[in-house]
Write a protein that binds this ligand. Sequence first.
Ligand SMILES: CC(C)(COP(=O)(O)OP(=O)(O)OC[C@H]1O[C@@H](n2cnc3c(N)ncnc32)[C@H](O)[C@@H]1OP(=O)(O)O)[C@@H](O)C(=O)NCCC(=O)NCCS
Length: 188
Amino acid sequence: MNKTFELKTGEKIIIRHLSKSDIEGVWNNFNEVVEEGIYLPVFFPVRSRLEKDSWYRKIKNEKEICIIAENKGLNPPYNIIGQCEISHSEWDAGSHVGILGIIVKNKYRDLGIGSKLIDTAIRESKKLNNKEKIILSCFSTNERALHLYRKLGFKEVGIRKKQFLMDSKYYDEVLMELWIEDYLNQDK
Ligand SMILES: CC(C)(COP(=O)(O)OP(=O)(O)OC[C@H]1O[C@@H](n2cnc3c(N)ncnc32)[C@H](O)[C@@H]1OP(=O)(O)O)[C@@H](O)C(=O)NCCC(=O)NCCS
């Protein structure tokens, strides 16, 4: 699976599955968002080679979905400008459920890349892993992410009040879900 599209800036972007050579780029993006300090409930960047490689091995061994947005005009690791993962539920009885996480590099936000990454990840997780439902969670202050999830059809199913405490500030966690069949039927 390889899809190409052009940003309004003229840059050519490829949407595809994760490769081993993307590991550094993906983790750079993750660490940048950790440093932004307002989107993820994580305090420390990931620097360990072992941790980065074992994340990659888990995705490939367990056949989880990780879709990458690559800017062909840039050299690695800066060519990886976004990523969307759909991992398996930890429960035996939850194998029809995928858990979504997404990051787009700051400079490339609001250009439609997040939307394309999620669309591809959802379709691939149905095709390859037989997923039926996608779940995610998000800080209630993350207006851009909430707008995007709602636009794609995710429904709010709950709020965990003051679930995270960062820099002496509490954040509510919004829980959302999407039935893939409903999502695909929107096209018809
Ligand atoms: C959330 C994220 C993945 C979205 O990716 P993206 O490439 O910017 O997404 P898109 O460009 O497809 O869509 C963004 C939408 O949000 C809208 N938007 C931007 N800022 C907004 C705001 N403050 N309030 C409401 N909507 C906003 C944009 O206009 C666009 O909507 P439109 O297509 O209807 O015009 C990306 O911004 C990101 O990585 N953020 C930091 C990490 C993060 O929050 N990850 C998710 C954790 S739950």
